[in-house]
Design a protein around this ligand. Structure first.
Ligand SMILES: Cc1cc2nc3c(=O)[nH]c(=O)nc-3n(C[C@H](O)[C@H](O)[C@H](O)COP(=O)(O)OP(=O)(O)OC[C@H]3O[C@@H](n4cnc5c(N)ncnc54)[C@H](O)[C@@H]3O)c2cc1C
Length: 376
């Protein structure tokens, strides 16, 4: 067998998570092959924009990728809800240079593919993995191009079926609209998160413009996507409390929102990473960031492991990641749901909580640390 038909690690999925993991495997001197169902020319077709936390950004610095990534730092974050209650977080006052950086997923994937190419990591495009089967010391991957064997199969295929075993699933009944606008009056390198009864809305700085992520109930989101630009901009301005004048809109891609997560992200000679392990609501911008922390822990374990797919290594991985996974998934789900009800005392309690957070620097630092680095 040639080395690439029997690598140590087979990575399924050349999305941001699979490619990041493959680069780390290369750093460790472990042989990996990446499989993707799509043709190479379409791998970077991704309209999403990612707010990378400082922790994820540090990973890309260590991989020598950060300086080649077109990115905009986030130095201030405004959080508010419709009604009263707001928090402003400033990176400098919390002792960090920036909270993270905004990167277009398409740019990130293109940079990762280029880095994989220069390092000689094989990427088999147009090769969907149809099935996997653990067979003692190895795992077999079935593709239309033949059967491949590896010692570990890292499944980063970006999809998680609600019917899969031990998967928790919640449909939020919402979709996110994403695109770009100009925002008059908003300081560059500032991000905004606003909670409304329909769903949260965010503005992320992106090279002098802002990417918006506008969450609406399904049905309303489709209607909003079809509105003429001027009418939609008015609606978006309203969602942000008419605080900023928005213009020059581009794009309006739609993403239906669900929570799905695997209680056990490992099985025999298999680990699930990224959206294939947990698919989160984008409200807290944690989907890729949590995956990057998962990858970081797995890489640390593989540094020492003789057999990358041993039951011991995978069990250690699942145990070490459980607290951060559970907390991040729980917080994200909490944010997605707690800001929706507008009746009773809940809006008052939320407003009071935001004001308390704004007034208490240690609490702000704790909150920001969780968002930047996860639970340690
Ligand atoms: C609106 C929105 C905003 C978001 N904002 C943020 C944010 O600010 N910060 C953040 O951290 N996260 C954010 N996220 C989450 C983030 O986008 C995802 O967590 C991340 O992109 C998932 O990457 P992935 O590599 O796991 O999956 P994907 O990007 O989906 O990649 C999966 C790859 O696997 C391939 N594939 C699929 N099936 C097979 C197969 N059988 N065989 C071979 N290949 C296969 C696909 O072709 C694809 O290339 C956001 C998500 C949304 C929807």
């Amino acid at each position: 067998m040639t080395p690439s038909s029997s690598p140590e690690v087979a990575v399924v999925g050349a999305g941001p998570v699979g490619l990041t993991f493959a680069l780390w495997l290369h750093e460790l001197g472990r042989e990996a092959v990446v499989f993707d169902a799509r043709p190479r020319a379409r791998l970077a077709d991704d309209a999403r924009v990612l707010a990378l936390s400082l922790g994820s950004w540090r990973q890309f610095e260590r991989l020598g990728l950060a300086e080649r990534l077109p990115a905009t730092p986030i130095r201030t974050i405004h959080v508010s809800q419709q009604g009263f209650g707001r928090v402003q977080l400033d990176a400098a006052s919390l002792g960090v240079p920036f909270f993270g950086a905004v990167v277009r997923a398409a740019d990130l994937i293109a940079a990762l593919i280029e880095a994989a190419r220069t390092r000689g990591i094989p990427l088999r495009d147009e090769t969907p993995v149809e099935a996997t089967q653990a067979q003692g010391e190895r795992i077999a991957l079935t593709t239309p191009q033949g059967i491949f064997h590896a010692r570990l199969c890292a499944r980063a295929e970006g999809r998680l079926s609600a019917e899969a075993e031990e998967v928790f699933s919640r449909d939020y009944g919402q979709s996110a609209l994403i695109g770009w606008v100009h925002a008059e009056g908003l300081a560059p390198e500032s991000a905004v998160e606003r909670f409304t009864p329909q769903g949260p809305a965010a503005l992320l700085p992106d090279h002098g413009q802002w990417t918006f992520v506008h969450v609406l109930p399904q049905g309303e989101a489709e209607q909003a996507a079809a509105l003429p630009d001027a009418a939609y901009l008015e609606r978006l301005e309203r969602a942000f409390g008419n605080r900023w004048r928005l213009s020059g809109i581009r794009g309006r891609a739609l993403y239906p929102l669900v929570l799905r997560w695997r209680r056990r992200p490992v099985a025999e000679r298999t680990v699930w990473l990224g959206n294939a392990a947990q698919t989160l609501h984008p409200v807290a911008g944690q989907g890729f960031n949590l995956a990057a922390r998962d990858v970081g822990t797995l890489v640390e374990l593989l540094r020492e492991a003789e057999d990358p797919g041993s039951a011991w290594t995978l069990e250690c991985y699942a145990r070490r990641r459980a607290p951060d996974r559970q907390l991040t998934i729980g917080l994200t789900d909490g944010f997605a749901r707690a800001f929706r009800p507008q009746n009773g005392l809940l809006p008052l309690a939320r407003g009071a909580a935001l004001l308390a957070l704004d007034a208490c620097l240690p609490l702000k630092a704790l909150f920001a640390r969780q968002m930047m680095f996860g639970r340690r």
